[in-house]
Design a protein around this ligand. Structure first.
Ligand SMILES: C[S@@+](CC[C@H](N)C(=O)[O-])C[C@H]1O[C@@H](n2cnc3c(N)ncnc32)[C@H](O)[C@@H]1O
Length: 235
């Protein structure tokens, strides 16, 4: 790969147990002509830490990561023992496939437990193809780091989740991280969640040792971790 790529190693471990840890190598590009998807956003280590800390809930599960970009959370899920991980991003980012394939090689990941798929949130056809391939029974948890980035995309992403939730068992949920870039970010998200008969639950970072993780990447960013699920009571 060209020198515009660089890699960094992230290690997840328990404070009190040095023996239990995983290491993930993430590949990024600093080529300014490429998309924002090819950079490790501060939301990403926070979601990855949540998965690491709650790893027992992810072992043996089928995970779908949307807007995966450099894919740290999905790779952590695969490393801690998720059964299958499907990584998706926008097919318009031409370098994404090669970046992820190279990342998998660098991590010596088992290709048959990780699938790489194109998914444009706006493209009904690619959504239907994904649903046919992996739903109704093959996804337990949907994850996404910093995908609620542009407010214009919020409702499209919620509509996508609604479609995926409808095809699944009642317990499926989305686990995501968001950076509060403006005061209206959460207001807008919460408003849409209500309209779409969903509920949003914020998990404090202190519940999973997320407040101090990777300060060189995360410090100074106002990040929330949350669940989105269907609000069955409202229906
Ligand atoms: C801010 S980046 C976050 C990337 C990565 N999840 C992280 O946290 O490092 C937003 C991601 O959403 C993806 N994305 C944006 N628009 C999309 C669309 N219409 N369909 C699918 N993915 C999209 C981008 O390609 C990018 O990977």
């Amino acid at each position: 790969m060209s020198q515009l790529y660089s890699n960094r190693q992230l290690i997840f471990s328990d404070d009190n147990n040095d023996k239990e840890s995983i290491s993930v190598i993430i590949l990024e590009t600093f080529d300014t002509s490429s998309s924002y998807g090819l950079y490790l956003w501060p939301c990403s280590p926070i979601l990855a830490q949540f998965i690491w800390y709650n790893r027992n809930d992810f072992i043996g599960k089928n995970i779908l990561e949307i807007g995966a970009g450099t894919s740290l959370p999905g790779l952590v899920a695969a490393k801690i023992g998720a059964q299958n991980v499907v990584l998706c991003d926008n097919p318009k980012i031409d370098q994404w496939l090669s970046l992820i394939n190279e990342t998998l090689k660098m991590n010596s990941m088992i290709a048959d437990r990780i699938r790489i798929e194109s998914l444009n949130w706006y493209d009904e056809k690619s959504i239907d193809t994904l649903i046919k391939k992996y739903f109704p029974s093959n996804i337990d948890i949907i994850i996404g780091s910093d995908i609620f980035f542009h407010k214009k995309d919020f409702e499209t992403i919620i509509a996508l989740l609604d479609k995926l939730f409808l095809n699944e068992n009642a317990s499926i949920k989305f686990i995501g991280t968001i950076e509060r870039r403006s005061r209206s970010t959460m207001l807008k998200l919460n408003h849409l969640i209500g309209i779409w008969n969903m509920k949003l639950e914020i998990i404090p970072l202190s519940y999973f040792n997320g407040e101090t993780i990777y300060p060189n990447i995360v410090a100074g960013h106002d990040i929330l971790l949350f669940f989105i699920m269907k609000d069955n009571i409202k229906e």
